[in-house]
Design a protein around this ligand. Structure first.
Ligand code: ARG
Length: 484
């Protein structure tokens, strides 16, 4: 059987691809652009070089390449790293991705040794290694920034451990809480976020290298040496799985989506609180912008963007899940699409955390506005019901009696805590057994301070409980950050 050979194309320059041996025509410019990833995966250049050096050292130790070849590779890689650092490296779309760009330059610099680097390796296990190294660094950055944000939250919470504000349910005034307690809710959320990133890091931190294309390799490699050299805690235990799954990236995006969701909720609150209708806080000018038409405006752009960017990272999570779901084992080029969502999710988390720590630290709190809001919604009605229960009334009767008292207070345009004792007694009188329970000490129960102080259990809003929670949180942060 004869096969008709295509004549070499007029612009045969593009055929000189690393894998071009079996091809008879070059890819079109459009396909080249469509399939290339170098414009975005060059972000992993440092990781690619680290991975290659560890691989080369292992090859030399195992006698698969010579000591001189290793020295050439090390010298070439040092130069390439310097070129990249100085912005002098010539990234070339013809060489598809970060891996081939670096390998080609290495060969140009050191000749045959460069051609031996890829022995016992494939771009499939190489890229999986690079992503994991890159992501591990990103997680470490995120964890450090999370700690910084948590410390700021704790500082503001401590300054306002006894500052009362209305707590809301359904965005209606519910019960008094302290502003410090409210902020501690976000501390708890970010603490779970940090746990998630730490946990995700364990699964990221496993070495795929050695899986080669998909089936492992015939050379006498030492995967444990490479893992140790690169700081991986473990090896990917199945070669097919090592090159094909990106579950670790999906997990990371899920952790980012949750982190951003928490910060989005806090942002929503900052925006509401900064509205003159609330007036609870003011954000520093550097996080706000003006309006091009309304001279009086100061808009909370930064928290609004945090809320907006949460949608974007949720999208990245769904993109990665969708990318993975239909792929047969093992590696498929689909996986090249993992990088942009992953990079953007990490960038968004890092930038957001960086801004947020500063923004929270600079919040100006207006305790008077919080106090004024508390005087409006009968926030201590539950406390009066609890008072009656403690004097022996069944809770349901107490609830009904206080509801009557709220109606009476509304009728006089007063908060229930302001209703004179005689009027209160009269209102309670509609429920059998309620009025006679009322004594002078009811006023203390109805006061904001009394309401707060009565909730002194772990997790409660009493200033002393809030201070204890802050101390516990600080101690936990100190142990976490001093951990190896
Ligand atoms: N740029 C590719 C990626 O990001 C590297 C792996 C390519 N492997 C291959 N067999 N074409 O996934």
């Amino acid at each position: 059987m004869t096969t008709k050979q295509n004549p070499p194309p007029a612009t045969s320059g593009t055929l000189a691809k690393t894998w071009s041996g079996r091809f008879s025509e070059p890819v079109s410019e459009l396909v080249k652009r469509y399939t290339a990833s170098v414009n975005f995966d060059r972000r992993m250049a440092a990781q690619d070089i680290r991975g290659s050096l560890a691989h080369a050292r292992m090859l030399a130790r195992q006698g698969i390449i010579g000591a001189e070849e290793l020295a050439d590779i090390e010298r070439g890689m040092a130069q390439i790293a310097a070129e990249i650092e100085r912005g002098e490296f010539n990234w070339n779309l013809d060489d598809e991705d970060v891996h081939l760009n670096i390998e080609k330059r290495l060969t140009a610099l050191v000749g045959d040794a460069g051609k031996r680097l890829h022995t016992g390796r494939s771009r499939n296990d190489q890229v999986a290694t690079d992503i994991r190294l890159w992501l591990r660094d990103a997680i470490d950055q995120i964890l450090a920034l999370l700690t910084a944000l948590q410390r700021r939250l704790l500082d503001v919470a401590e300054a306002h451990a006894a500052t009362p504000m209305p707590g809301f349910t359904h965005l209606q005034v519910a019960q008094p809480v302290t502003f410090g307690h409210h902020l501690l809710a976000y501390y708890e959320m970010t603490r779970r976020d940090a746990e998630r990133f730490t946990d995700c890091r364990r699964r990221v931190n496993r070495l795929p290298l050695g899986a080669a294309a998909l089936a492992g390799t015939t050379y006498p490699i030492d995967r444990e040496f490479v893992a140790h050299a690169l700081g991986f805690e473990d090896l990917c235990r199945n070669s097919l799985d090592a090159v094909s799954d990106r579950d670790f990236a999906i997990e990371f995006c899920a952790a980012v989506a949750l982190l951003m969701t928490h910060l989005s909720r806090l942002s929503e609150e900052l925006i509401l609180w900064m509205s003159p209708r609330f007036g609870f806080i003011d954000l520093a000018d550097r996080f706000c912008t003006g309006s091009s038409i309304m001279p009086q405006k100061k808009n909370p752009d930064v928290p609004e963007l945090v809320r907006g960017k949460t949608g974007r990272v949720n999208g990245h999570l769904v993109a990665l899940l969708t990318l993975m779901k239909g792929q047969p084992l093992a590696y498929n080029k689909d996986n090249q699409e993992d990088k942009e969502p992953l990079f953007d999710a990490a960038d968004t988390a890092i930038d957001t955390l960086r801004i947020y720590a500063d923004m929270i630290g600079g919040v100006r709190v207006r305790p008077e506005a919080m106090h004024a809001a508390l005087a409006q919604g009968h926030a201590t009605a539950t406390d009066l019901a609890d008072y009656l229960v403690k004097k022996g009334l069944p809770f349901r009767d107490a609830h009904e009696a206080v509801a009557q008292a709220v109606r009476a207070a509304e009728a006089c345009g007063l908060d229930i805590a302001r209703l004179p004792l005689a009027d209160l007694r009269a209102a309670l009188g509609k429920t059998p057994g309620a009025a006679e329970k009322l004594a002078d000490d009811a006023l203390a129960a109805l006061s904001v301070e009394g309401s707060l102080a009565a909730r002194a259990h772990i997790g409660g809003t009493a200033p002393q409980a809030v201070r204890a929670a802050i101390a516990r949180a600080r101690a936990a942060l100190d142990t976490d950050t001093s951990a190896p």
